[in-house]
Each structure stands twice: as C-alpha cells, then as structure tokens.
Design a protein around this ligand. Structure first.
Ligand code: PEP
Length: 260
C-alpha cells in the first residue's frame, strides 16, 4: 500500500526573517499542487512569527528548532512552549544532532521536551542517530533503542499520532557528512520501527520515521523507495525552494514507479 510521505527541512541558523519568508512563500507556491504529502519547514526562532503568518499551514507546517521543557521560570535564553503556541507553530524538533553534540543535550532532557511538546498539542519530531564511533563499534541499534526508549519514556499511546521520528546518523549530517547508503538507512529504520512497535504496539505503524543526513538529488530516489523510510528530512539541499521542489518531485516520481 502506498504510504503517506513527508518532506521537510531544518533551516538551522542561516536565513534571516526576510529570507525565510520569501523562501517559504516561494516553496508554497512551487509545491502546492503536489497532493498527499506533508511538508514542513523549521526556521530560526526570530523568524517564527512572520514565518508562521506567511504560509497556509495546510500546505507547509512550521516548526521550532528546540523548546524548553518548562512553561516558564528561571531559564535564561530558553523559549517556552507557551511562547511557541502564541506564534501558531505546528511542530517542535527535539534532539537534533547539533543540540546533542554541540550543546550537550542528553536523552533525559529530550524526553522532558517530547512530553512537554505533546502535552501542549504540538507534533514532536524527535531526532535520533548514532555517532561514527558508535557505528564502528557495531552498537548503532543499541544506541537508537536507547535514544527512543529514554526519549519517548512516558509518552501516552494516544499522543503518538503527533509523534514523528527523524533518523539522522551524526556522521551523515552537514558539510562534512557522508550520506548513509540506502541499505544501511533501511536497516536502521527497520530497527527503529521494531522498537516503536515494542513501545506502542499497533499505534507505532502510524508514526512516520524520516531519514536525514546529506540527502541530495543523487540519493533521494533510492532512499524514498525503501520500505521503512516515510520521508526525507533535508538540510542543505532544501534551502533553495526551486531545488527542494525539484528534489521532492524527483523522489515522488521514483516512489510512484515502485509503489504498488
Ligand atoms: C540536518 O542538519 O538535519 C541535515 C539533515 O543536514 P544536511 O542535509 O545538510 O546533511
């Protein structure tokens, strides 16, 4: 059966407000005729108010790159879920590789954020992925299981319809990244889905698991046709609206020619 596909991008700390708004409007215009996919863009915090107002959220969901687990308090420099709610944000990304490896966030902290995001009605996008060392030691599956079991601890089964997972191996992300092979990505997605099924039973089937890490026009097709890959979470290759539109269409064409 054809699956619902997801395409999105994290803009990291690159586009200012004017550039974000014009990118979003361009992307919405270019891709709005593409049916049955979920699109989402995750811009920088300071752009969110204008970004949220710039698009129809039925066409493009807007996300935040991080969020504090507390509603308010002595948390200098943090952004509260209530503040994001005010801006009409749809989803919150939690545990991106750069949050974990540049800013030292741990699984228990990601768990508090996941629970807070879900309790405030957001879609929670939990990012997980092993480092190159962990892969070389042959413990990728164990690491992913740990990140899922701690990161999703206490998530109520009824909230899983607002839960997405992004598998982003740390060694595959960014300018120095090496893209995962489609076979390796599929193997990890299979393991992730197996763990989600242990945690949430049949409801796990509806949790999308997206692949991210150096997705580009050269590998998008072979990735999207993998059985357990539900979407592509794209960085650099998506930051030009025309190029992202072309990548989405290319991936969908490949998927359509393989889907039953
Ligand atoms: C990312 O940072 O989440 C990412 C997937 O980036 P890139 O596609 O540029 O590797």
């Amino acid at each position: 059966m054809a699956k619902k596909l997801y395409f999105g991008s994290n803009l990291k700390m690159y586009k200012n407000t004017a550039a974000t708004v014009s990118y979003l409007q361009d992307l919405e215009e270019k891709t709005k005729d593409i049916p049955k996919i979920t699109r989402f863009i995750i811009p920088s915090f300071t752009t969110l108010e204008r970004a949220s107002a710039a698009v129809d959220h039925q066409n493009i969901m807007i996300g935040a790159q991080n969020m504090c687990y507390a509603d308010e308090g002595q948390f200098t420099g943090e952004i509260s879920p209530l503040m994001l709610k005010e801006l009409g944000i749809d989803l919150v990304m939690i545990g991106h590789s750069e949050r974990r490896h540049v800013f030292g966030e741990k699984d228990a902290e990601e768990n508090r954020k996941v629970l807070a995001a879900l309790s405030h009605g957001f879609t929670a996008l939990l990012c997980i992925g092993e480092t190159a060392d962990e892969k070389n030691y042959g413990i990728s599956t164990e690491i992913l299981r740990q990140q899922l079991k701690i990161g999703l601890f206490g998530v109520r089964p009824e909230d899983t319809d607002r839960l997405w997972i992004a598998y982003e191996p740390v060694w595959s992300i960014g300018v120095n990244g090496t893209p995962a092979s489609a076979d390796y990505a599929e193997e990890m997605h299979f393991e992730i889905k197996k763990c989600l099924a242990e945690l949430f039973g049949e409801r796990a089937e509806r949790i999308p698991v997206l692949y991210g890490g150096s997705v580009n026009p050269g590998n998008a097709e072979e990735l999207i046709v993998q059985k357990d890959i539900d979407g592509l979470f794209v960085g650099r290759a998506a930051w030009d609206a025309a190029k992202f539109d072309a990548l989405i269409r290319q991936a969908l064409k490949a998927y359509a020619s393989g889907a039953e």
